[in-house]
Design a protein. Structure first.
Length: 169
C-alpha cells in the first residue's frame, strides 16, 4: 500500500530530486499547493498573489521507508526558521510546509516538529496543514534536476549523497 505526504521546501527542483533518491520513495511530482487559484502556472505563482507553495508530492512504500524518516530527511534539507525563503529563493511560494492527506499522520508530524523546535533559538515557521489542493507543475519542472544535472539547486550537493547512502530503518 502506497502512502503520500507533501513537502514544501523552497524551490521544488532540489526538494524533488532529494526525495527521489531515497530508497522506498516510489514516485515524486512537483506542483503548487494550498493556494487560491485553480491550475496556476509557474508565472502566476511567481506573482505572489496565488498563495501557492512550491511543493513535492512524495509517494512512498511504508514497508521500506517510514514517515518519521522522511520528516527527518526533510528537516535536514530546510531551515525551518526562515519565513518565505530557502537559500537564495525568496517569496511566499518558497515557504516551508508539511501538508498531509491522512489525519493519522498529524501526531507523527507534530512530534517531529516539536523535536526540531528544540534545536533552534528562533521559532519554527514551517506550516503543518492538511493538503487543501495540489496542482501539478508544468512538465518542464518535473524531474528538473534529473533532466538538467547542472541546473540551479538551493540544496548542498552533500544532501544528495546523504539521500543515496542512508537506508531507512
Amino acid at each position: 500500500m502506497k502512502r503520500e505526504i507533501y513537502f514544501a521546501g523552497g524551490c521544488f527542483w532540489g526538494t524533488e530530486h532529494f526525495f527521489k533518491l531515497m530508497e522506498g520513495v516510489t514516485e515524486t511530482q512537483v506542483g503548487y499547493a494550498n493556494g487560491t487559484l485553480e491550475n496556476p502556472t509557474y508565472e502566476q505563482v511567481c506573482t505572489h498573489t496565488t498563495g501557492h507553495a512550491e511543493t513535492v508530492r512524495v509517494q512512498y512504500d511504508p514497508e521500506k521507508i517510514g514517515l518519521e524518516f522522511l520528516l527527518d530527511m526533510f528537516f535536514k534539507a530546510i531551515d525551518p526558521t526562515l519565513k518565505d525563503q530557502q537559500g537564495h529563493d525568496v517569496g511566499p511560494q518558497y515557504r516551508t510546509g508539511i501538508y498531509y492527506t491522512d489525519p493519522a499522520d498529524v501526531p507523527v508530524i507534530e512530534q517531529r516538529v516539536a523535536v526540531e523546535a528544540e534545536r533552534y533559538f528562533k521559532p519554527i515557521v514551517t506550516e503543518v496543514l492538511p493538503l487543501q489542493c495540489f496542482y501539478p507543475a508544468e512538465e518542464r519542472h518535473q524531474d528538473y534536476l534529473g533532466k538538467n544535472p547542472d541546473g540551479y539547486c538551493h540544496l548542498p550537493l552533500g544532501l544528495f549523497e546523504l539521500a543515496r547512502r542512508v537506508k531507512p530503518s
